[in-house]
Write a protein that binds this ligand. Structure first.
Ligand code: HEM
Length: 140
């Protein structure tokens, strides 16, 4: 007659066996997240730049004056982020004027900026060049 003790051993051994088989054949490690897309180093037109807003997760997130890859801060620049409106555009005027909407996007004429606004823009230019990788220039 099988004792309670033997049943317990048998039960544990069976459970372990089933668990091992599950681990061996069915358990897969979660896939690592895909690497962030890398930007092609080249010059972009405003039209080309407009494709790089983070809406397409396979493309990097770019913004201009000089073109910077801001993908490393996708939480700030990707869709829903506070500075998403800068992406895919020439954001120089917005940075100079301190606005985060698209009202100043893609206007490459700075002649009406005040000296304070030009100074702001200059400071932001320093910020971006220190923090992000420049990948190209904006071209006509
Ligand atoms: C209520 C107003 C605002 C608040 C509370 C705010 C807050 C912040 C904070 C906390 C950061 C630093 C994020 C970090 O540590 O990485 C930041 C970065 C920044 N802010 Fe603002 N901000 C405001 C308005 C603006 C406006 C009007 C502009 C328009 C030019 C602006 C442009 C930027 C930019 C370009 C960055 C750098 C983002 C980066 O790390 O690349 N902010 N802001």
């Amino acid at each position: 007659m099988t004792s309670v003790f033997e049943y317990a051993i048998l039960g544990s051994a069976t459970a372990f066996l089933i668990y091992s088989i599950y681990q061996r054949f069915f358990h897969t490690e979660p896939l690592p997240p895909p690497p962030p897309p890398t930007a092609e180093h080249r010059d972009y037109t405003l039209f080309e730049l407009s494709q790089y807003t983070g809406a397409d997760p396979t493309k990097p997130i770019l913004m201009s004056g000089n073109i910077y890859d801001v993908t490393p801060k996708a939480s700030m620049y990707g869709p829903g982020g506070p500075y998403h409106n800068f992406t895919g555009t020439d954001a120089s005027r917005a940075l100079g004027k301190g606005v985060t909407d698209r009202s100043e996007a893609n206007n490459t004429n700075w002649t009406d900026l005040t000296s304070d606004e030009m100074q702001q823009l200059d400071e932001w230019a320093g910020f971006y060049s220190a923090r992000y990788q420049k990948i190209g220039n904006l071209i006509e």
